[in-house]
Design a protein around this ligand. Structure first.
Ligand SMILES: [Zn+2]
Ligand SMILES: [Zn+2]
Length: 388
């Protein structure tokens, strides 16, 4: 089995808030688009090739080669699973960032990999406790595997608490909250979960009151083999949320989702004040610093600025101010990319109301921008892989 040179990064879930897939109409349109492109390719060749022998030679090539020549630049399909990103390092360590619904497919691949060779422990880093960032756990084969996996879980208190209150994975106890989301709990799982809370300013010997997990300083990087994972605070309204920078083999990747940069002029009537604005701007400043010169970054770009400010609708929903909802704007990401000089940027946490064609429109604008700029920026798609 090939071992990645440095880091192999796979996006398993890039939708925001709730899983959202293409409608039957979108799938029908896509089928027609591919059929039309295929037929026009064949027609063109029928008229342009000089004879039957040339035509036979042309079509004797592999299907993959022919498909690559179809007049479709890339697939307009945008995946629908919620946040989950996997990093496999050259040392065969697995780092999983968030466990949204994308974790189900991620886990299937991990089990396939394990059946072909050895894999080291799994390290799961969570950003926060919202459902779209943890809903994949009860459906992930790695939690029920034999032999069992050892899963080390890192995150803020809210992330660890949400996993424990719903599944009892750290405390091995159940409460009346345990079965609110799913009918399973830790007892049905073979995996052993060991938690570490990342808390700013936590000194040596700080412990969680119930001793359900260890506590360590957020500002101290977590070292896994030769990989360094540095957590940092994002701004997600009242919800504590972390981002991560991963460095391995001289390459770097920043993962930041559910982060909102509040506008300097807060809308009139907003319940948000100076304190919240300062927290948001401080988190943005820290993020810009974390991203300086990185090779790859993944950000939450759920809205366009006009949608965020309530001047424009998304899908069929009426225009609505989304200031204070905890998510980011694509325009702010572009500013961040230029300020931090990020080589390659992926924009995810796509709004569930945004259909394939509107995502495709944004993708085209970003493609044109990237061609005229020194930095590459694109919309994230489920299933994308990057080798750093
Ligand atoms: Zn989210
Ligand atoms: Zn959230």
């Amino acid at each position: 089995m090939p071992v990645p040179e440095n880091m192999r990064i796979t996006l398993w879930g890039t939708r925001g808030s709730c899983p959202s897939f293409g409608s039957s109409e979108e799938i029908q349109n896509l089928t027609e688009k591919f059929s039309t492109a295929t037929l026009s390719y064949i027609q063109d060749r029928l008229y342009s090739e000089s004879g039957l022998a040339e035509l036979r030679k042309l079509f004797r090539r592999s299907t993959k080669e022919i498909v690559g020549e179809l007049p479709i630049s890339h697939s307009p399909v945008f995946g629908g699973e919620t946040t989950c990103i996997e990093i496999e390092t050259s040392e065969r360590n697995l780092i999983i960032l968030d466990c949204g619904s994308g974790l189900r497919s991620c886990a299937e691949e991990i089990l396939r990999k394990r059946s072909k060779g050895d894999l080291r422990d799994i390290y799961l880093f969570g950003t926060h406790g919202h459902l779209d960032h943890r809903s994949g756990i009860p459906f992930a084969g790695i939690c029920f595997a034999d032999p069992p996996f050892d899963i080390q879980v890192f995150g803020c208190s809210g992330f660890l608490s949400s996993l424990d209150s719903r599944l009892g994975v750290f405390s091995h106890t159940t409460t009346e909250d345990t079965y609110l989301d799913d009918p399973v709990d830790y007892a049905a799982m073979t995996a052993s979960f060991r938690g570490t809370e990342l808390r700013a300013g936590a000194g040596e010997g700080t412990s969680h009151p119930g001793q359900r997990w260890k506590v360590r300083d957020l500002n101290e990087p977590v070292i896994i083999g030769s990989t360094k994972v540095q957590g940092f605070r994002s701004y997600h309204g009242a919800t504590e949320c972390l981002g991560y920078r991963i460095d391995h083999g001289g390459k770097s990747f920043v993962f930041s989702t559910d982060h909102e940069k509040l506008p300097h002029d807060l809308p009139s009537g907003s319940s948000l004040g100076e304190t919240e604005l300062n927290k948001s701007l401080q988190a943005e400043k820290e993020l810009v610093g974390m991203c300086r010169g990185v090779d790859l970054a993944y950000f939450d770009g759920q809205y366009l600025s006009a949608e965020y400010l309530g001047q424009k609708s998304i899908g069929t929903a009426p225009p609505l101010s989304r200031v204070g909802w905890g998510h980011g704007c694509i325009e702010d990401i572009l500013d961040r990319v230029r300020e931090s000089k990020i080589k390659h940027t992926l924009i995810g946490h796509h709004d569930p109301a945004r259909n394939w064609s509107s995502l495709e429109e944004i993708a085209q604008i970003l493609l044109e921008l990237s061609e005229s700029d020194a930095y590459e920026v694109e919309l994230a798609r489920d299933g994308q892989r990057f080798n750093l």
